[in-house]
Each structure stands twice: as C-alpha cells, then as structure tokens.
Design a protein around this ligand. Structure first.
Ligand SMILES: Cc1cc2nc3c(=O)[nH]c(=O)nc-3n(C[C@H](O)[C@H](O)[C@H](O)COP(=O)(O)O)c2cc1C
Ligand SMILES: Nc1ncnc2c1ncn2[C@@H]1O[C@H](COP(=O)(O)OP(=O)(O)O)[C@@H](O)[C@H]1O
Length: 318
C-alpha cells in the first residue's frame, strides 16, 4: 500500500491514488464486515458499475474509540488486514485507510465533508448505513449528509437496516453474542465465520502425549469469545477442520486461560507462526473431567462434531 500524505489533510490516507477520484464512497469503521456492511458493499459496487468510477470503502485505523476513550474502547472484531480483505471480497475495488489522528477527529462535520469527500476524493456519490455519524463528537448525521450532498450534487444512497431473525445486525450486538458464547448466532449476523488469530506459542507440551497436540494462540489482538469448546477451520496448505478450546484446563488443575487449536488430519510444526482460525459454532462449555480417559473420550466426540460442522457449508457463512 502506498502512503499518500496530502498536505491539506489532517490524516494519512493509505492506498489513495488519483484514480480513486470521481468514485463512489462508503465510509465507516466496518468492524466485523457484517451483513449490514456487506449490503453497503454490494450497493457500492452496483453504483460504481452502473455509473462509472471506482467502488471505494473508506475506513479508520485505529478505531476512533481508541483515541477518544482508550481505556473504555471495546475490543475489535477483526484485524485491519482481515477488514480490508473482506471489504474487497464483498464489493470494494479499493479500501482507503484513514490513519485516525486527534486532528482528524476534531474536524467539524462540514469540514470533514468538504476536505475529505469533496476536495480529496471528489466523490460522485456516497453509500451509507442508516446510523452514520461524522465529524467531531459525531455531530453530522444522515440529515446533514443529505443536505451537503444535495448542495454539492453528490448522489446519496442509504442502505436500509439489515435484520436477521428480527435482530438488527450491528457490531455491538455481535460483540455481545461472542462474549456470551453464542457463536452460531454471531456467525449468522456476521455472514462469515468469526476469525481469531495469534502467534503460536508453547504450552505444557502435554497435548502431544495424549494424542491431541494443540497450537496455543498468544497475543490475540481481537475479542476472545466466551470460554468453551468450538468447531472451526484453519487454512494452511488447505482448509482443515479444527476443534478449539478457549479457557483453563481444570482437569489438570490449571486455572490459566488459553486458546488451544487442535487441527484435524494435520501434523507439522507451527511454533512461531501466525495462525488464523475461523470459528463456526460452540460445541460445549469447559469441564473438569474425573480423569484423563474421560477427557480423551470427550475430545474424540468434539472432533467428530467439528468434522460434521466443517462438512456442512451452511455453517460457514451463517
Ligand atoms: C477440543 C478440546 C477440548 C478441550 N476441553 C477441555 C475441557 O473441557 N477441560 C479441560 O480441562 N481441558 C480441555 N482441553 C484442554 C486439554 O486439557 C489440553 O489441550 C491439554 O491439557 C494439553 O495442554 P497443552 O497444550 O498445554 O500441552 C481441551 C482441548 C481441546 C483441543
Ligand atoms: N494437528 C495439530 N494441531 C495442532 N498443533 C499441532 C498439530 N500437529 C502438530 N502440531 C504442533 O504441535 C504443537 C502442540 O503440541 P503440544 O504437545 O500441545 O504442545 P504445546 O503444549 O506447546 O502446545 C503445536 O504448536 C504445533 O507446532
């Protein structure tokens, strides 16, 4: 990605090139790239195709919350790399990443519109969700955006709210579901598996001795779902089914919480590698088993279930 420091801009705008001008733009944090965001990307791509110009998703990094309330910011649902990958998968030609600075957050709504949307992007039209806010202290709303677009001749599409089983799809609802271990419900709202990633570190080296080696994920930057055992998949040379344990190992008297990934049908050294795991559904809670044999019998059942979920395509995309 090439950095473009435009002299008049209170931010760095990554991957912006002159070809991005006169395009259609959707602006947002897009945390999770959930079904609501996906509907925005689909309409963005459609407008760009119909009327010409590029389909641009503009997003912010870090999340403005991290600057505005560093200690109270909720954990994010994905890494920036994954967010960019998914925004492109669902329709954006280009993702412009705005480096969030205090200077950017201090811009009034009309200055944000003028400096970024008009002068820098020279946008033809905008695509937004129904609760879009912009400018300092979120002072600009959809009503103001409509007025500004009418005055400057930009088209504006507001994508209607997306509901799944009567539930409004939003990043905060998805965070709550994940924190409660309601993985299947979260995946239904996301429209894709929930991905966690981290560096593979060393554990007690016990897994291999019981026939279930587990890659232990460390330094996971995003929201960790509730303790429990989950089914998922891991992409290495191909996709593998996986059974994931999040929580302590009470059977062995250990209280420290870990993220352990047992990859089915795989052998190999993963220490020191970055590993991404797509979580699909929750199988059960963490249990203190009477002995190793009882744990092993359950691990075999967990793996059977993980295999069945892996083979069921409807569970991958919610
Ligand atoms: C699918 C799966 C489910 C697990 N469930 C439990 C559990 O319910 N209770 C428990 O004490 N440990 C559970 N474990 C963790 C094992 O105890 C742990 O993987 C083993 O002790 C190896 O630890 P190590 O990676 O530090 O060597 C589970 C592990 C896996 C892979
Ligand atoms: N199928 C597999 N799933 C997960 N890790 C595996 C697998 N096969 C080999 N490994 C390797 O074994 C390591 C895990 O073995 P384990 O005995 O549980 O050690 P540790 O306690 O250090 O995690 C992983 O980090 C990885 O390098």
């Amino acid at each position: 990605m090439a950095a473009n420091n435009l002299p008049q801009l209170p931010t760095e705008l990554i991957s912006f090139t002159p070809e991005c001008r006169r395009g259609f733009v959707a602006i947002g944090n897009f945390d999770g790239v959930h079904r609501g965001h996906q509907a925005m990307m689909a309409l963005l791509a459609q407008r760009a195709r119909e009327l010409g110009g590029r389909a641009l998703a503009m997003t912010f990094d870090p999340h403005p919350w991290e600057l505005l309330r560093p200690s109270g910011a909720p954990p994010s649902l994905m890494t920036l790399e994954h967010r960019v990958e998914l925004l492109k998968r669902y329709g954006a030609d280009e993702v412009l990443v705005c480096r969030t600075t205090h200077e950017l957050l201090r811009l009034s709504a009309s200055d944000f519109f003028q400096q970024i949307i008009i002068e820098t992007l020279n946008a033809r039209g905008l695509i937004e969700g129904p609760n879009f806010f912009f400018g300092r202290e979120r002072e600009g709303n959809i009503t103001l955006l409509k007025q500004l677009c009418e005055k400057t001749g930009l088209s504006l599409d507001i994508v209607p709210p997306i509901l799944v089983a009567d539930q409004l799809v939003s990043s905060s609802v998805i965070r709550s579901l994940l924190s409660a271990g309601q993985m299947k419900e979260a995946v239904d709202l996301l429209g894709h598996p929930y991905q966690i990633s981290g560096l593979v570190g060393t554990g007690m080296q016990r897994g291999r001795t019981i026939g279930f080696p587990t890659a232990n994920l460390t330094q996971c930057p995003n929201l960790i779902p509730a303790h429990g055992v989950y089914s998922g998949r891991v992409r290495l040379d191909r996709n593998y089914p996986a059974a994931i344990h999040i929580g302590p190992n009470p059977t062995f008297g250990e209280q420290e919480s870990k993220i352990e990934v047992h990859i089915l049908d795989f052998t190999g050294d993963l220490y020191g590698r970055m590993l991404s795991v797509d979580l699909q559904a929750r199988i059960r809670g963490v249990t203190k088993f009477a002995d190793k044999e009882a744990l092993l019998a359950q691990l075999h059942r967990d793996c059977q279930e993980a295999r069945a979920h892996f083979a069921n395509p409807s569970i991958h995309e919610g």
